[in-house]
Design a protein around this ligand. Structure first.
Ligand code: ZN
Length: 556
């Protein structure tokens, strides 16, 4: 059976914001659309990042054709190091993307010593690439990073559009960083002969309006520059080169030195400059180490750490722990980014600190200081109306976003809306489409050098440890006679304050000895479990707490 088919299996990004990664299979082989990661929230105690599970690529490793990247945000490229490592012994991974996207990928893989295991293939705007029988054309879109692509795809089952992340910014003056409204016109032309399938970004479906233009942000920031006397600190995402260019232009206009604080900003600015996307201003300090003699009024600081990350430049500046960039009365901080929902508390804490240092903080809508990079309701509607696809799959979003996007499509007369979740494959044939059985996807948790070893059980233990603490019991017993040679000692970590509750710990020791007496030298192998149950019951009764209980019992 060689009936042409395309099977799309979402490995991430359909059910959460982030982790965007889809496996596409055809008669000729398999490839990935994006390969992103997700940052953990409070429920992932100590986990560094979350990546998709690549196990399903194991079966057809030699028919793996590569990864097609829409753009360079972490939630689209961040898991590449693990993918490259997954294939390391078997093959070099082909990675396709724009110049800026690939420069970020190159930096990431070089840092980890993996660059020799990847083949980065540059796809210029409107160029086509061939993966098996499928042809991809790279279509420039406006997004909060340069080099963002949607893809127009020609395949044996019909024409497909994958929007990537995009917005429609009719007023953008950020060429060559972005192409104004070209996407709409390009899509109009592509749709003339009918689109079989549209996959479109759903992130901002709940925002009913139209996204603000990046030009508007420039006006908003200009007003703040105009009225500010002290130092200006602007916090933004390090890959938002358009916004960085705006700040550079305003700094020149108002004669301020630009100081960069945060390694990722320095790296990305250098990359953008090398690609001719950005020109650093004449008075520019690529790090904050040489600025001691500058007056506050003369400077604008660009800082990373918009999400309140513990070690970021902005967190240190706001808490007064930054050696060279403390805030003072009369200084202004502009939070030029969106707060990711899981980080709201950390960001709020940081803003409180800034006010305490005497700074004026812009983090709301007094001025337009941030514009989203994702299309809102009206723009998504426009794309659906132009594309008029036969089939529609909402992508990039939590289930509620995907569901609302599907509702919108249905209201526009698009009948075949496929509301998929991660792990739910769908197969398209020339005249047929089949929703396959769902394979539950398990994301892989990365903690330090451990990939996947932290699973549900470890997370449960970490949750108990963080909520209830641990009791460690140690005891040495003569295995012949059952007499105690050392102990029992009962130690608490994060459970009770030992000095205050010492009497409870002593009582626990007595209970342990009682268990020994009950056994009377026989069936000593039952002792550890008896002690665990007794001690657990004891603390539950007197304190209504259930710590982890760790027995270390030696029989000698
Ligand atoms: Zn993005």
């Amino acid at each position: 059976m060689n009936k042409p088919f395309l099977r799309i299996s979402p490995l991430g990004g359909l059910g959460e914001i982030g982790l965007n990664c889809q496996k596409w299979e055809t008669n000729d082989g398999t490839f990935l659309m994006d390969c992103g990661l997700m940052f953990p929230d409070d429920s992932h105690y100590g986990v560094d990042v979350i990546i998709p599970c690549f196990e399903s690529l194991e079966t057809n490793k030699d028919k793996f054709l590569g990864v097609v990247l829409t753009h360079g945000h972490e939630d689209h490229i961040g898991a590449l190091p693990w993918l490259v490592r997954f294939f390391r012994a078997k093959k070099i991974v082909n990675i396709y993307g724009s110049a800026f996207t690939l420069a970020l990928v190159k930096h990431k893989l070089t840092e980890r010593g993996l660059i020799d295991n990847a083949n980065l293939i540059l796809v210029e705007t409107y160029d086509t690439i061939q993966l098996g029988s499928i042809t991809f054309q790279a279509i420039p879109v406006c997004h909060s990073i340069p080099g963002g692509y949607a893809y127009f795809i020609e395949s044996k089952i019909g024409k497909i559009v994958h929007t990537g992340d995009f917005k429609l910014d009719d007023y953008s003056e950020f060429y060559p960083l972005e192409s104004t409204c070209a996407f709409k016109n390009d899509l109009f032309d592509f749709a003339k002969t009918g689109i079989k399938l549209l996959l479109s970004d759903s992130t901002n479906i709940e925002n009913r309006n139209h996204s603000a233009s990046e030009n508007g942000v420039k006006d908003g920031l200009d007003q703040i520059f105009m009225q500010t006397k002290g130092r200006i600190v602007i916090a933004l995402f390090a890959s938002h080169i358009q916004r960085i260019r705006t700040v550079f232009e305003l700094a020149e206009k108002y004669g301020r030195h630009v100081i960069i604080s945060g390694r990722s900003l320095t790296t990305n600015i250098t990359i953008a400059e090398e690609l001719g996307l950005l020109k650093t201003p004449k008075i520019y300090h690529e790090s904050d180490e040489t600025i001691t003699d500058l007056t506050r009024e003369n400077t604008v600081v660009l800082a990373t750490g918009t999400q309140g990350e513990a070690l970021s430049a902005l967190t240190r500046i706001s808490s007064g722990e930054h050696k060279r960039l403390a805030l003072h009365e009369g200084d202004t901080v502009i939070m030029s980014s969106r707060t990711i929902p899981g980080n709201a508390r950390a960001v709020s804490r940081m803003i409180n600190q800034m006010y305490k240092q005497g700074a004026t903080v812009f983090h709301d809508d007094r001025f337009l200081i941030h514009a989203t990079g994702h299309a809102c309701y009206e723009e998504l509607k426009t794309i659906l109306e132009i594309a008029k696809p036969e089939h529609f799959i909402p992508i990039h979003g939590e289930y509620r976003h995907l569901a609302q996007h599907a509702q919108l499509a249905k209201s526009l007369g698009i009948t075949n809306c496929h509301l998929l979740e991660d792990g739910q494959p769908i197969t398209f044939y020339t005249n047929d489409v089949i929703k396959e059985d769902s394979n539950p996807v398990d994301f892989v948790l990365v903690d330090g050098k451990g990939v996947g070893d932290v699973g549900r059980l470890v997370l449960k233990e970490r949750r108990i440890l963080s909520n209830e603490g641990i009791i460690i019991i140690s005891l040495v017993i003569d295995k012949e006679t059952g007499t105690v040679l050392a102990g029992p000692t009962v130690i608490s970590h994060g459970f009770v304050f030992e000095q205050q509750f010492n009497h409870y710990l002593q009582e626990a020791q007595c209970l342990i000895l009682e268990q020994l007496e009950i056994l009377n030298g026989k069936n000593l192998d039952k002792l550890p479990e008896m002690i665990r149950l007794t001690i657990r019951r004891f603390f539950r009764d007197i304190l209504a707490r259930e710590p982890l209980i760790e027995n270390i019992i030696h029989f000698v």
